[in-house]
Design a protein around this ligand. Structure first.
Ligand code: PTJ
Length: 254
């Protein structure tokens, strides 16, 4: 990261970009992951690059759902592995979730590299690699329909980030509760997910780890109450209202 000036006002953002580029050069981030990241940066500006209240509410409901699940799974792609490998492993430990590599642009080589990164970060087991991805999601016809019969296939709750809308929809149709982290509140994934966390995975994952530490001591009834009181449409509406008010405010401050 030697090319990033120490005093650059957007240093943090540039370092995060560098992680995605390094992942591409190492062969595990998809080239399309760079486009996705740029799109994410744009939406992050619109929420003030902060974890807002609507995201906190979704994170609480998401973590409670993971803690209540019988078979929770965290689905990992190239961008997530580049940005938050340690937090993925920590959250999986705290919520007893399995970790599965599941790629939109699937290659065995990328799968193996991502599993390696997660293992380096402390994961004991990583599903979805090689022959393990032998079950198929109905109604999806590309390589991304392949999932692990011990993981996503039998999961009741799936947490994913930067996901394709078709796949999110297919998982929901299979009866799974889908928790999606997506900076764009009007993406198909955001609209189709059961719980949408409109936030950057860079901030959302550490926050989820923090909240999992709090919520894991709560009773089953308290967790069920959090989930019951959660309304995803309301949260999406809240995020859109936030963005329009934020832009209005910015226009007044000029
Ligand atoms: O590693 P693979 O092969 O599974 O491919 C991963 C990508 C991300 C390339 C693939 O899933 C893809 O093409 O995704 P999309 O359709 O571009 O959707 C990505 C969504 O995530 C968009 O709505 C972005 O705004 C959003 N996004 C981008 N960066 C972040 C993000 N959301 C949260 N945190 C981010 N850092």
């Amino acid at each position: 990261h030697s090319l990033i000036p120490e005093n650059h006002p957007r240093k943090e953002s540039l370092i995060i970009r560098e992680k995605i580029v390094d992942g591409l050069l190492d062969g595990y981030v998809a080239p399309q992951g760079l486009i996705a990241h740029g799109r994410g940066e744009c939406f992050d500006y619109l929420i003030g690059e902060k974890t807002q209240e609507f995201a906190i509410k979704a994170i609480k409901a998401g973590v409670a759902s993971l803690l209540l699940a019988k078979n929770p799974v965290i689905s990992v792609n190239g961008n997530m592995a580049a940005l938050v490998p340690n937090e993925i492993v920590k959250l999986a430990e705290l919520t007893n979730a399995k970790i599965e590599v599941n790629l939109f642009y699937r290659t065995i080589e990328r799968e193996r590299k991502i599993a390696e990164i997660l293992k380096k970060a402390g994961a004991k087991e990583v599903l979805g690699v090689d022959e393990d991805a032998s079950a198929t999601i109905p109604e999806l016809f590309s390589e991304r329909r392949r999932v692990s019969p011990r993981g996503i296939y039998i999961a009741d709750v799936v947490l994913l980030g930067l996901e394709d809308g078709d796949r999110t929809e297919a998982l929901v149709k299979m009866g799974k509760k889908v928790i999606a982290i997506d900076l764009n509140p009007i993406s198909r994934t955001s609209q189709k997910a059961s719980i949408t966390i409109v936030d950057n995975v860079i901030r959302a994952f550490p926050k989820m780890v923090e909240i999992a530490k709090e919520l894991r001591n709560k009773s089953k009834e308290e967790l069920e109450q959090i989930v019951k009181n959660y309304n995803n449409k309301e949260i999406l509406a809240e995020s859109l209202r936030f963005i329009s008010n934020y832009l209005l405010q910015l226009s007044r401050d000029l």
